[in-house]
Design a protein around this ligand. Structure first.
Ligand SMILES: Nc1ncnc2c1ncn2[C@@H]1O[C@H](COP(=O)(O)OS(=O)(=O)O)[C@@H](OP(=O)(O)O)[C@H]1O
Length: 374
């Protein structure tokens, strides 16, 4: 009989001790939860080690164990994935001091290209616990607001902890001639994300987008002087917009010229080290965003957060969406994405392919990368 009684006693004692431990954990987690939207404990040392460029931006050296390498009352809390609290009251002062919550200039800027998945990328990245994204996504500081101060720019950013990366994207930055030099002078460590896609598909997407805007001046054919930036021109069809009545390719139309990526990207790549750029092919991203998002995490030196668990293909939307998103908001990127593309005349496609070929080849040589659409 004794052999039965002993295990029963230790079983009861185990339950009492276990309940005590669970209770303690619950107390600590409810205390910490107002400022912990997500706790990722699997931040890999390798990814953090790659963050050489960001060392100066992130203002802290991170290490593997307690990723912030700081002492708090809660040694298991990962400060690199912790959000700045909206209210200070419930936060342990030692944690608050380590987060150093304030607005910061962007560490990474999405500089282009329009209609290449830039909105969807920002949508996914904004859910990452180690990244804060400007709202709205597009700030236009380096073009429309260039007279304003850097303080104004900083003020457009959300509050971040010193362990988070701040991001904004304005796809039209890439076209600005003096912007690379200005960023180089003021924020030389900035990282850049550039999204591209099949140039003809981008042109069709741009055509559909401009049609929706439909400014009257878009319908007037304009001759652009050599060296000047082409303007948008819209005809009733895509084909009519990109092929002139004399049967030449309408190179004066920005719908086409903006797909000659190398022309614009070259100026940036000449000024900054190549490691400060991540070029993403939207044709890959749209089909399978997860590896691309993981590549971005690695590029930014932030912990791994994206996985199959939070990204799913939405049959109704026809795009990948997020199954979990912090805060309120939709689960899929904006409603203006994914307009049905018209079938384009085969002969026009053939002519546009040969128009873009030299640009694509130059781009591939510059980036040391091949694209399926080239
Ligand atoms: N996951 C997901 N959800 C929705 N949309 C996605 C996604 N991934 C890529 N895309 C593609 O994004 C294209 C729009 O590009 P942008 O966001 O750069 O457009 S914009 O310049 O900001 O207007 C848009 O192009 P169109 O299909 O031509 O509208 C989409 O194909």
């Amino acid at each position: 009989m004794k052999t039965y009684i002993r295990p029963q006693r230790s079983f009861v004692a185990g339950i009492i001790f276990g309940s005590f431990v669970i209770g303690m954990c619950y107390c600590i987690s409810s205390y910490a939860s107002p400022f912990m939207e997500c706790s990722i404990t699997h931040a890999t040392a390798e990814i953090i080690e790659q963050d050489t460029l960001h060392g100066s931006h992130l203002e802290s050296e991170r290490n593997g164990s307690n990723s912030a390498g700081v002492e708090t009352n809660f040694p298991d809390i990962d400060l690199t994935t912790m959000q700045c609290p909206t209210k200070d009251s419930a936060v342990d002062p030692s944690i608050l001091a380590q987060l150093d919550c304030k607005k910061r200039l962007p560490h990474v800027i999405g500089i282009g290209m329009a209609k290449c998945g830039t909105g969807a990328l920002s949508f996914f990245l904004a859910s990452h616990p180690s990244l804060v994204h400007s709202v709205p996504q597009e700030i236009y500081y380096w073009n429309r607001n260039k007279e304003k101060s850097l303080e104004w720019y900083r003020d457009q950013m959300p509050i971040s902890s010193k362990h988070q990366v701040t991001m904004e994207k304005t796809p039209s930055y890439i076209f600005e001639k003096d912007t690379p030099a200005r960023i180089k002078a003021l924020m030389p460590e900035t990282k850049f994300i550039v999204m591209i896609r099949d140039p003809i598909v981008r042109a069709v997407s741009d055509y559909l987008h401009q049609q929706r805007v439909a400014h009257p001046r878009f319908f007037i054919p304009r001759i652009v002087k050599p060296g000047n930036e082409p303007k948008t021109y819209l005809n009733t069809t895509f084909e009519g917009s990109v092929i002139k009545p004399n049967d030449e390719v309408n190179t004066d139309n920005s719908i086409l010229s903006h797909s000659a990526y190398v022309v614009y990207l070259k100026k940036w790549i000449e000024l900054f080290p190549r490691r400060q750029f991540l070029v993403i092919d939207d044709d890959e991203f749209v089909k399978n965003p997860l590896p691309v998002l993981q590549q971005v995490e690695s590029f930014l030196g932030i912990p791994n957060y994206f996985s199959e668990k939070i990204i799913y293909f939405d049959e109704q939307k026809g795009f990948f969406c997020m199954s979990r998103r912090r805060g309120s908001g939709t689960d899929c990127a904006g409603a203006t994405k994914g307009r049905p593309h018209p079938n384009v005349d085969k002969d026009v496609i053939r002519r546009l392919r040969s128009y873009f070929r030299p640009y694509n080849t130059q781009l591939e040589n510059m980036l040391g990368k091949r694209f399926t659409w080239s």
